[in-house]
Each structure stands twice: as structure tokens, then as C-alpha cells.
Design a protein around this ligand. Sequence first.
Ligand code: FAD
Length: 431
Amino acid sequence: MKKIEISIFWYRRDLRLEDNVGLKSALESGLPVLPIFIFDDEILEDLPKNDGRLTFIYTSLRNIHLKLKNKNSSLLIKKGNIGEIWKALITEYDVKKVFFNRDYEPYAIKRDQKITTFLESKNIEVRNFKDQVIFEKNEILKADGKPYTVYTPYKNKWLEKFKQNPFTVEDENNLDWDSFYNYEMLFPSLENIGFVKSKQKVQPVNLSVISDYDLNRDFPAKNGTSYLSPHLRFGTVSIRKFVMIALERNAVFLSELIWREFFMQILFQFPKVVTHNFKSKYDGIKWRDSKEDFKRWCEGNTGYPLVDAGMRELNETGYMHNRVRMVTAGFLCKHLLIDWRWGEAYFAEKLLDYELSSNNGNWQWAAGTGCDAAPYFRVFNPALQLKKFDTNLEYTRKWIPEFDLGYSEPMVDHKFARERALSAYKIGLQQ
Ligand code: FAD
């Protein structure tokens, strides 16, 4: 029997039906659309089976599947080597066109190039789309054609360009449901795929905080931030929708969404940042390779309450408040003089919202080695940060239950550590 010709929409980090640019185009392709997701063995290799991100991805995929099932369609789930899966897919189905949204991380860029070349060699049309950002790649450049490396002028250009490029946000109800491939398949269970349900949960987005975001966002006990980050990471919400909300409600919130794109374009334009200091003048810094000190930091046993509370929040929930991320990161790089790459890797392992571009950009900011980073001689005083941002010790007591029973001494004296850091940076700069 002749197979029917289809289009495939390849889900990756855009796990939603609503306002999904690539999916919408696929549905306009004139052929029935088979949506698929592939769990990539190469990525899974480095993750524990009960990783919170895997459970979140799985749940998000199941939500999509259940909606499709109502319309007599399905989401096809595969797991394995990406290249092998694609070979099998085009044998099993008569695939004429493939659609996906662009991903700007170095690994993804390579993977997508490889798959595109393969599919095109089989005469399959491949189309990719901008979806996870408002502006990508070379869309925001300086007058001389070079990328911005300082945030404020980048943001101004972003806003200027944004005014000239109005867009609409597509409602899920307006989807052309009849254009999905008409078939029903069983959806695998989490265990079937080989995962174990995680105890950690991604918080739902909290829209109610956005209006007063600028007033509350710096106080970890206030729950004043949106919890949007894992949702943007995996695309369970549309960035366009949240930019529209930010425009209406809070300019500072919008600025944060622009920071996200700033770091994404930095990673795209300067992929060396993954392993190297953005500013190579800092390459001479001699980091202390103290595994023992690093372990105390990881476990939240530094004797600095705000640092410890943050690390414990991270270890338990997979989330840490932004102010506390800044303090814990600064502490590792400056007070302990440990390479920002160690801290970055630890956050990457633990954060449910882990995003290479934001994590790397912010770690290099904290270390003073990044683009538009805090100057190296600015060393947060963790005790003062505590006083200012957790005045009533509410956040601290939440994560350090033994706090009032006599808390341990700081593992390093602030004044001593500050001077040690300044001197190591100065010497490093002279190398
Ligand atoms: P909100 O305060 O509600 O902010 C809304 C959104 O704006 C966030 O979801 C995020 O998309 C964006 N945003 C906010 N602050 C930043 C920022 N400084 N840089 C880039 N985007 C920002 N964010 C990640 O998404 N993934 C990471 O891996 C990550 N690692 C970080 C590591 C360090 C050392 C630091 C200091 C910050 C890091 N951030 C990271 C940025 C920020 O801490 C988180 O985005 C934020 O805490 C997420 O919580 P929220 O969604 O409630 O934030």
C-alpha cells in the first residue's frame, strides 16, 4: 500500500501548541503533520534517570499528546541516536517536509546542520524558524555591523527594533487541528522510556508578581519573581506572549527578558565563552583548586547564611532566587577564588532552568571575566547582602533549620578573602 505523504514537525525546546512558529508553518504545508520528539541518547548519557528536567519534559510532552489525542492525532516519541532515528523515520513514513524551530547552542547547531544535510540529500525539504527569541543571530548589531558586548546599548537597539517590528501572538484555539496527521498511538509511560519520576517540580509561572516586579524581585523571601525560566528554557510558554505582558505591566521585567536574549546572542556570536573567559585579559588568574572548599560551597556549609541557604535551596528544589545566585556565585569566585567554570558546571547539573547562555553569561558576570561584567574589584559582602535582602532572616531560616541553634563560623574571613581575591586578579591581569 502506498504510504501517505506527510510533513514532520520536530519538537525540541518549544514544547507547546500555542504560538509555535515552526508548528504553525508545518500546519500550513499542505500535508498532514506528524509531530515528533526525540530523546537524544547523547544528552541523556550525562543525566540521572530521575533528573527533574526529564520529568518536566515528559509531562509537557504528555500534555501536548493529550490535546492532540482529542483531535484524533498523537505526538510520536522516540529515544536513541538522533541520526539513526531520522534514518528510521524516513523509511517508515513518506516524509516530504521537515519543520523545526532554531536552537542557538553550539551542540544543537551542529546537530541540526547534520540532520538537515542528511534529509536534503534524500530530497526532503527542511525549514527552520526563529521561535525562542524576539531577535536572534545578527538582528541586533551595532552601526559598524559588529555584535553588542555591552547590555544597555544592546537593550536600546532591541527596543528600537521591537517598535518597528510588531507581531501577533497566536492563540492555541486558532490552530488548524485538521492538518495534524490522523492517527492514534499509545503514549509511553515515564518508566517505559527509562526514566524515574523526579521529586523536584517546576513551579507554574506566577503572573501575579509582574506588576510589582521591580519592587519585590530582590527579596528571596517575598516570592516576587515569575518562575518563568524553566518554561522559557523548554518552550512551554511563548516568549512573545510574555514580552507583550511585560510591555503592559513592568519595564524592569521586560529588561530581564532582554538580558536573556543578550546572553543568547553573546553565546551565538562568541561560542568560545563556553570554555573560555569572554575577556582573555583575565586568563592569567590563578584559581585555587580546592576540592574541599568547593564541596563546602556545594553543600551549603560555608558558614555564610545567605550563601548556604541559597545552595541548599538549589540542592533541594533545583531553583535558586536570582539575588542569591549572584551572591553564591560571587562568593565562589571571589571569596574562595575557585574557577567560575566549576560553579557553572554545578549549577548546570542542578538547575531546572539551566540555560547554557544565561548560566555562562551570569557566571562570567559574577567572576568579572564576562562581557559587561561586574568590575573585578566589586566583591559582594555576603553578610551585608543578607542584612539588606533577607533582613528578617525568613529565607535563611527556611533553608537552614538549625540557624537559631548556633550557626557555624564563616569558613573564610571576608576581609582576608577580599584582599586575596583583589591581589590574585591584579597579578592575573599582569600575566
Ligand atoms: P524573574 O526574575 O521572574 O525573571 C523573568 C525572566 O527573565 C527569567 O525567567 C529569565 O528568563 C530572565 N532573566 C532574569 N534575570 C536574568 C539574568 N540575570 N540573565 C538572563 N536572563 C534573566 N537563568 C536561567 O534561565 N538559566 C540559568 O541557567 C541561569 N543561571 C544563572 C546563574 C547565575 C550565577 C546567575 C546570577 C543567574 C542565572 N540565571 C539563569 C538568571 C536568573 O537568576 C534566572 O533567570 C531567574 O532567577 C529565574 O527565576 P524567575 O523566572 O523567577 O526570574
